[in-house]
Design a binder for this molecule. Structure first.
Ligand code: ATP
Ligand code: MG
Length: 322
């Protein structure tokens, strides 16, 4: 059984005069100890999907349907208390701007103690301190940060505190939503290396949301490519990046100079995301796709499995023998 299985997940933001379809028919399986990178241009629904899994969407303005099975249990059906019991120990997320995770009026260490005591109310102060110091090493922070107030930290230090906090209870599923993007390249790769070694020792599964395909290439076993709220292609990183099948994946990779080709080869894909409040017939990528046919403009392609292992999937009429 997959650790996390999304089945036909739809997310809509309800606005005064329209509904924005931020995720549509997303189906994805994430196995235990997978590391999966979710990529796609800005506005493609990556953060919305992650927030749906963690049940962090503002519920008055969102509609979520489908199934989000964690260990076989549908997270969408859990009560608030049941969901809270899973936070930190099972599910943990770090956003790019995680300043809001900490209160400005208490020292960093004291707040980490509070989070520790959510699941271990009787924990000893020294034991917690030791645990936090160990995590500070993972994210390359000195012990003195324990006694500082959030306003005394730089943005990068704050981000690293948030990552340390997310690891406090050894979560089984860790979601990093552009969590390391703002850090300098050396610090980013150092932290990711440390997190990857924790994953091996502690059985952590990681979802990594990023604009940077080269980070996925070096740190994720699998990749999922989103466009306009849909999953376009997913599979093992080594398959998808070496031999991308979906025209969108192909275009996306061409736009990453660090990954393929020379620096001046930054082409991007002409055009922009469609209006997500409109019903789009056929394939959402058809208006920008150089290979689109009449069928692409009228019939929505299903996600088809294209390899024998059954873990490479593509939503394109042109792929998979039609
Ligand atoms: P980025 O790479 O810029 O972080 P993303 O892939 O994470 O983008 P989302 O933030 O999930 O994309 O946004 C998906 C769509 O949902 C966009 O069209 C966005 O405008 C819309 N959206 C996101 N949050 C809200 C909100 N609170 N209210 C209304 N629409 C929203
Ligand atoms: Mg986002």
């Amino acid at each position: 059984m997959a650790l996390l299985e999304l089945k036909n997940v739809n997310v809509r933001y309800i606005m005064k005069d329209k509904k924005v379809h931020a995720c549509q028919h997303v189906s994805l399986e994430i196995e235990e100890q997978d590391s999966i990178g979710i990529v796609g241009e800005s506005g493609s629904g990556k953060s919305t999907l992650a927030s749906a899994v963690l049940r962090l969407l503002p519920h008055r303005i969102t509609q979520v349907d489908g199934e989000i099975l964690y260990n076989g249990k549908d997270l969408l059906k859990l009560t608030k208390d049941e969901m809270d019991a899973l936070r930190w120990t099972d599910l943990s997320i770090v956003f790019q701007k995680s300043m809001s995770a900490l209160s400005p009026v208490h020292k960093v260490g004291a707040q980490m103690e509070d989070v520790y005591r959510v699941h271990f109310p009787n924990a000893d102060k020294n034991e917690i301190k030791q645990r936090v110091y160990d995590l500070f090493k993972v994210v390359n922070l000195s012990d003195r940060v324990y006694e500082l107030y959030p306003h005394e930290l730089s943005g990068g230090m704050m981000q690293r505190v948030s990552i340390a906090l997310s690891l406090l209870h050894n979560p089984r599923l860790l979601v990093l939503d552009e969590a390391t993007t703002a850090l300098d390249v050396v610090t980013q790769s150092q932290i990711l290396r440390e997190i990857m070694s924790l994953e091996q020792n502690l059985n952590v599964t990681r979802i990594m949301i990023t604009h940077d395909v080269s980070v996925v290439a070096s740190t994720c076993k699998k990749i999922a490519v989103m466009y306009a709220g849909r999953l376009m292609e997913s599979g093992e990183t080594k398959d998808v990046l070496v031999n991308p099948q979906h025209p969108y994946t192909q275009g996306l990779l061409k736009s990453f100079p660090s990954f393929k080709g020379a620096k001046n080869d930054l082409r991007g894909i002409p055009g922009s995301l469609p209006d997500l409040s409109q019903d789009i017939p056929g394939c959402v990528f058809a208006p920008r796709c150089p290979f689109a046919t009449e069928k692409c403009r009228t019939v929505e392609p299903e996600l088809k499995t294209i390899n024998e292992k059954g873990n490479w999937k593509v939503a394109c009429h042109k792929v998979g023998g039609e």
